[in-house]
Write a protein that binds this ligand. Structure first.
Ligand SMILES: CC(C)[C@H](C(=O)O)[C@@H](O)C(=O)O
Ligand code: SF4
Length: 481
């Protein structure tokens, strides 16, 4: 058997199959020239890449393979038309639009486009992400698209330039990691609780440099939106990708979002998608087993997404961390967050509830939060904001009357964008303000200088808003309204 045959027959991970199918040319043992099916860009990380093309006098190789959307800096105020008042932000939005025009990219969604939204939400809802694809964006949360069986990952500006010019990327192969999530997620726990608990177990470096393949009955049981939450947050463990092999749920979801796929093309696509799984004996550099049946409603206490506890646990003491680096990080995080070890997170009043971001602002997330809030109101002194993941999500939510529920509960109902997920627009929290947030990063200053973020599920965010402190939905039972 030739070396090549041996190679072809060796069992492969799903990651490797996707990479092999997109390899234009091997550069060396660990590097390939990778074909990228779709690339999408935001106003924040793309300008220099386009400027590079201008400087070299190069065109965009495949203009139809790109989608550009203004999301990071866009104001979310519920007004028509939406105006970007900040001069620097306006320039970023205008530059993206001008670049699209100049390079023949038709798919541009600006401030008042009905299809505007957070890039990751927009890409998936338009049916542009399909199983087995390589999906690229200058944004770390591109791992989200692994939920649809695609290899998605974030790249830097010079790589964006390379993709624009050639539709390929010089790609260093990642390590492989399998995370098997067995058991059944308890009814009161969500995909967000699952991934936060997983991060607590494996740490913010737990998947460093690896593409994670998720499998197991608890993953199978998740909705597609839940899988997106899982893959979205996997990057917070340092992963270079997170893939879930497509099943019938995935196929149904993709087909429902890609009505233009019909006839023979549709049949061939589905046939191909069904082949997308790892071979039984595929080798992974690392395998981790995690039991979903232990997961409880959780929240982060610190300033890294892995600094998570279940809401019924006490805030940990730095001394409880064996590792010196973890200990120091815990001390600093507790000081920043204004928390005392041994107390409960529920002992601290919250000031704000943010329901939004590419982690948890899809229709299902908004439905789940609204179900908790129906007939209830934010506690006195607590402010809240709902920023749908896209304008399409916003319209769908309105058609279901969710906007009414949120407004009746005292929330502001906003237009879509990244908003308080990273506070690059005018949605910013003040110092020491404590926020229950459905986002994915709780770094110091992420929601405003000195602001304190607790990452939670949409359900917990809603319940916490009603009670005025971090609490699971179960705490609402019997609580005074
Ligand atoms: C602005 C962008 C580079 C960044 C990312 O890559 O993720 C942002 O979206 C974030 O969530 O921090
Ligand atoms: S919503 Fe947050 S995490 Fe997602 S792309 Fe925007 S800033 Fe990044």
């Amino acid at each position: 058997m030739s070396e090549r045959d041996a190679c072809v027959r060796a069992p492969r991970t799903l990651y490797r199959k996707i990479v092999d199918a997109h390899t234009v040319k091997a550069v060396d043992e660990a590097t390939v020239l990778l074909y990228c099916d779709v690339h999408f860009a935001n106003e924040y990380t793309s300008p220099q890449a386009f400027a590079g093309l201008v400087e070299r006098g190069l065109p965009v190789a495949v203009p139809d393979a790109h989608l550009c959307v203004v999301d990071h800096i866009i104001p979310t105020k519920d007004e028509m038309p939406r105006r970007i008042l900040d001069a620097a932000s306006l320039k970023q939005a205008e530059t993206l639009e001008a670049n699209c025009r100049r390079f023949g990219i038709d798919a541009f969604y600006g401030a008042n486009d009905p299809d505007q939204g957070i890039e990751h939400v927009v890409m998936a809802e338009q049916g542009l992400v399909r199983p087995g694809m390589v999906v690229i964006c200058g944004d770390s949360h591109t791992t989200t698209h692994g939920a649809l069986g695609a290899l998605g990952f974030g790249v830097g500006t010079s790589e964006i330039e390379h993709i624009l010019a050639t539709q390929t990327l010089v790609y260093r192969l990642a390590k492989t990691m399998r995370i098997r999530i067995g058991g059944e997620l308890p009814k009161e726990a969500t995909a967000k609780d699952l991934v936060l608990s997983l991060l607590a177990k494996i740490s913010a470096r737990g998947a460093l440099g690896a593409v994670v393949e998720y499998e197991g009955e608890a993953v199978d049981a998740l909705s597609i939106e839940g899988r997106m939450t899982l893959c979205n947050l996997t990057v917070e463990a340092g992963a270079r990708g997170a893939i879930i092999a497509p099943d019938e749920k995935t196929i149904d979801w993709v087909l429902a979002h890609a009505p233009e796929l019909t006839g023979g093309e549709r049949e061939a696509a589905v046939r191909f998608w069904r082949t997308l799984h790892a071979d039984p004996d595929a080798h992974y550099d690392r395998t981790v087993d995690f039991d979903a049946s232990d997961v409880r409603p959780s929240a982060t206490w610190g300033t890294s997404p892995d600094q998570t506890i279940a809401l019924d646990e006490p805030i940990p003491s730095p001394a409880s961390f064996a590792d010196a680096v973890d200990r120091t990080a815990a001390e600093r995080a507790l000081a920043y967050q204004g928390l005392e070890p041994g107390k409960k997170l529920a002992d601290y009043p919250i000031d704000f509830v943010f329901i939004g971001s590419c982690t948890n602002a899809r229709l299902g997330d908004l439905k789940n939060a609204a179900a908790v809030l129906e007939g209830r109101h934010l506690a006195p002194g607590v402010r809240g904001m709902v920023v749908p993941g896209s304008m399409r999500v916003r319209r769908e939510a309105e058609a279901l009357g969710l906007d009414r529920i949120f407004k009746d509960a005292g929330f502001e109902w906003r237009k879509s964008g990244c908003s308080l997920c990273l506070a690059m627009n005018d949605d910013v929290l003040g110092a020491y303000e404590r926020c229950a947030s459905t986002t994915n990063r709780n770094f110091e200053g992420r929601q405003g200088r000195g602001a304190r973020t607790h990452l939670v599920s949409p359900e917990t965010a809603a319940a916490s808003g009603v009670l005025g402190h971090l609490a699971p939905v179960s705490a609402l039972e019997g609580a005074q309204q």
